[in-house]
Design a protein around this ligand. Structure first.
Ligand code: GAR
Length: 226
């Protein structure tokens, strides 16, 4: 993999479920400098596979339940990814924890989107937990991936107000809408050679960004960037 990209940046997207973020990335592709060359799912029933096929993108299933050991699953996953020779790999609802050994192979070329304002609420049920903790603000983060669950240097976050009568489902929908804006935007930064990881520091246009990542506030209703 290299960062000096003149042709379109070749992207592989790893999914496990609905694939709405994948859809947002597909929809943004015509106006972007990346090409999704493959979609890989750890779940054979993921709806995202249908989205990819509809967009004529090659799909592969690496079913994690078929492997007795995580290391064997990761070898198969690595082979499936390498088949596409990508410049960038995206986790988009890929719900498997990846080992240090796996992640190290992709340092600086592996991104994840997570529905919380990291470092808060790593793991599952982020919206419910944000409500239970009485958070006034919630959102999503895109980060370079390290071996720690939902860990690694944050690139950018979307922030919304929680609202007094919010339910976890409503909050999830509102955050998801902002994810659909955020992920293609960041993939474009990478694809245009603007975004890099250097010695664990995120550089945008060769400048280090704040540790929280860049923060974008969204309006309550439409998910439009303010
Ligand atoms: C998204 O909300 C994404 O942030 C989250 O899974 C959802 C996938 O939705 N990822 C994580 O929780 C990773 N820890 P999608 O399949 O519709 O894109």
């Amino acid at each position: 993999m290299n960062n000096a990209i003149s042709a379109a940046c070749k992207v592989v997207v790893l999914i496990g479920g609905s694939g709405s973020n994948l859809q947002a990335l597909i929809d943004a592709m015509p106006n972007s400098h990346y090409e999704i060359v493959g979609v890989i799912s750890h779940n054979p029933n993921a709806f995202g596979l249908e989205r990819a096929e509809k967009a004529h993108i090659q799909t592969t299933v690496v079913d994690h339940t078929a492997f007795a050991e995580r290391s064997h699953f990761e070898v198969a996953l690595h082979e499936a990814i390498q088949h596409f020779k990508p410049d960038l790999v995206l986790l988009a609802g890929f719900m498997r924890i990846l080992s240090d050994t796996f992640v190290t192979q992709y340092t600086g070329h592996l991104l994840n989107i997570h529905p919380s304002l990291l470092p808060k609420f790593k793991g599952l049920h982020t919206h419910q937990r944000a409500l239970e903790q009485g958070e006034t603000h919630h959102g999503a983060s895109v980060h370079f991936v390290s071996a720690e669950l939902d860990g690694g240097p944050v690139i950018a976050q979307t922030i919304i107000e929680v609202g007094e009568d919010a339910s976890a489902e409503a909050l999830q929908q509102r955050v998801l809408k902002t994810e659909h804006w955020l992920y293609p935007e960041i993939v474009n930064w990478f694809s245009n050679g603007r975004l890099k990881l250097s010695q664990n520091v995120v550089l945008l246009d060769n400048q280090p960004i704040p540790e929280t990542g860049l923060q974008f506030t969204f309006t309550e209703i439409e998910g439009i960037k303010q």
